[in-house]
Ligand binder design. Structure first.
Ligand code: GLC
Length: 555
């Protein structure tokens, strides 16, 4: 079946537990989603990506799946999902699901069987290895750390073997080298595609093929020392090709999450005969204030962000298509990172213009369009996320609790997981009951109702950006060129197409900046398409976090 044109689209990501509670139990659900579908459509997006909504013990909030063909009872039923799907389609919204197949929950029936013995039908569904022995001491098969919880191996007395878990202990890695496991994956894909979903966001898909020998990684590198041996592995492309065959039958979209995959490697997945993925969620743009993980913080450095943006824009131009994002459920809120909470409206709107007008398909994460910011909880016990707790307990252990908490405030992905702030009523209008997780105390100031009422709000600016992008061939297809990559405060890029040139000008500064048009441009004939301030701009002065989109006819 022919694929729909995902390049014209933009997506809204739902992390359901905190989106909207429709049945009054303090937990977001499909009833809440159903009620908010008109709101989502009103943004001007064309699709929804659901982070996992399947049954899960929630060791990693849905990314540990115990049944791939059902809905978590907290969120509703398959019938309710079908209702949401039909209504979304009627509103012109495509729906893509999260496909988490690098690992399952340890409570998945496959794992419960697999752990029983070395000879059963499921014994080879996961990555099991014998211990290493040093004298009398039993050691794990190699020195890999998991990304979420200590060592990457857990011992299982029944089999007298270890199983691999690249993430939490309760997330055993599947053995994708087993053809039966790949058949299971295809079955799961068909199950959802037959129901009518439009594609998948494929979780850590570049981790599914491990180096056959599982060699030791660098001993002193925490968290990701095994990554060279489980990322972009030897059989990744052949396996993805198999899954692609299924997707092709349905014209389904496939977006791969690829932590730390370099752009050159990404191109092998996104181009040519082996175009096994349509888009890739790269991590480079998440690193402008840190090294590899948000827990290794450095001050935000604009040239680093611009370098990441432009690297992907230039490398994929004419060959592949970018997925554009600044937030998702795995990263703290972008205003608190790359913008300024003090200039919440200004920086929230500017950041929208900075990424939405690049070439690619924009993704907007729930609450991002409202300008939501990071939460700062008083103790580590109040946090929910396994990765946050692990980082707190593994980094900077000699520092005071206060200092360590400050890192959590800055880095925790729980900041993206607080309930969406719908209005100024108790619990931010998210639920009538006590929400499952803390609401950001700024909800009386920052909420959808207020944002709706203010023409200059972050919310209304997102709408304007998406409308402008969709109606402009230049913004959809035009060539990208960046000016002044080393400029410490300004991000300026051009999009050119046919007889039109568009310049996007973004100030990342808290103070006014003077600037001049790049060489080859003149003010004459310039039209202002969009600005994040209500009052007329002064041509060569940029107000704090000002963003402007300017247009010229090309001679
Ligand atoms: C991906 C998900 C993240 C999850 C991890 C393990 O990175 O986006 O939320 O914790 O995979 O499944």
């Amino acid at each position: 079946m022919e694929q729909f044109d995902f390049r014209r689209m933009s997506f809204y990501q739902i992390w359901i537990r905190s989106f909207m509670d429709g049945n009054g139990d303090g937990v977001g659900d499909l009833y809440g989603v159903y009620d908010k579908l008109d709101y989502i459509a009103s943004l001007g997006v064309d699709g929804i990506w659901f982070s996992p909504i399947y049954p899960s013990p929630n060791a990693d909030y849905g990314y540990d799946i115990s049944d791939y063909r059902n809905i978590h009872p907290d969120y509703g039923t398959l019938d309710e999902f079908r209702k949401v799907l039909d209504r979304a389609h009627a509103l012109g919204l495509r729906v893509i699901m999260d496909l988490v197949i690098n690992h399952t929950s340890d409570e998945h029936p496959w794992f419960l069987e697999s752990r029983k013995s070395r000879t059963g039908p499921y014994s080879d569904y996961y990555i099991w290895r014998d211990p290493k022995w040093k004298g009398e001491s039993r050691l794990p098969p190699n020195n890999w750390f998991s990304q979420f919880e200590g060592l990457a191996w857990e011992y299982c007395p029944e089999r007298e073997q270890y199983y691999l878990h690249v993430f939490a202990k309760k997330q055993p890695d599947l053995n994708m080298d087993n053809p039966r496991v790949r058949e299971e994956v295809k079955g799961i894909m068909r199950f959802w595609l037959d129901m009518g979903v439009d594609g998948f966001r494929e979780d850590v898909i570049t981790y599914i093929s491990k180096h056959p020998q599982l060699p030791d990684g660098i001993p002193f590198l925490p968290v990701i020392n095994g990554q060279p041996y489980y990322k972009d592995g030897p059989n990744l492309v052949p396996y993805l090709r198999e899954f692609r065959e299924v997707a092709k039958e349905y014209g389904a979209l496939q977006i791969g999450e690829a932590p730390m995959t370099p752009v050159k490697t990404a191109l092998t997945y996104l181009t040519g005969e082996d175009r096994v993925l349509d888009m890739m969620i790269q991590f480079d743009t998440m690193g402008a204030d840190c090294f590899m993980t948000e827990y290794l913080h450095h001050p935000f450095f604009l040239p680093k962000l611009k370098h990441a943006f432009s690297k992907w824009q230039y490398a994929l131009a004419g060959k592949a298509w970018n997925a554009l994002y600044l937030e998702n459920h795995d990263h703290p809120r972008v205003i608190s990172r790359y913008g300024s909470e003090e200039f919440r409206r200004e920086s929230g709107t500017m950041l929208a213009a900075a990424y939405i007008f690049q070439q690619g398909t924009p993704f907007i994460y729930q609450g991002q369009e409202l300008g939501m910011t990071n939460i700062r909880l008083g103790s580590i016990e109040e946090y929910q996320d396994v990765a946050t707790k692990n980082a707190y307990h593994s980094f900077r252990r000699r520092q005071t609790e206060e200092k360590r908490l400050r890192h959590v405030h800055r880095a925790s992905r729980d900041s993206a997981r607080t309930p969406v702030q719908w209005d100024g009523s108790p619990n931010a209008g998210f639920s009538k009951a006590k929400p499952w997780f803390s609401v950001n105390p700024n909800y009386r100031e920052v909420n959808a109702e207020k944002e709706e009422a203010d023409p200059q709000s972050v919310l209304n600016f997102y709408r304007r950006c998406l409308r402008l992008r969709k109606g402009s061939d230049t913004l959809l297809w035009g060539d990208y060129r960046e000016f002044w990559p080393q400029h410490p405060h300004l991000y300026v890029y051009e999009r050119c197409y046919g007889t039109e040139r568009i310049l996007v000008v973004c100030s990342f500064s808290k103070t006014e900046q003077s600037w001049k048009l790049p060489k080859g441009y003149a003010w004459e004939g310039c039209t202002l398409l969009l600005c994040n301030y209500g009052e007329e701009p002064v041509p060569e002065r940029l107000r704090p976090y000002e963003a402007r989109v300017l247009r010229w006819d090309r001679k």
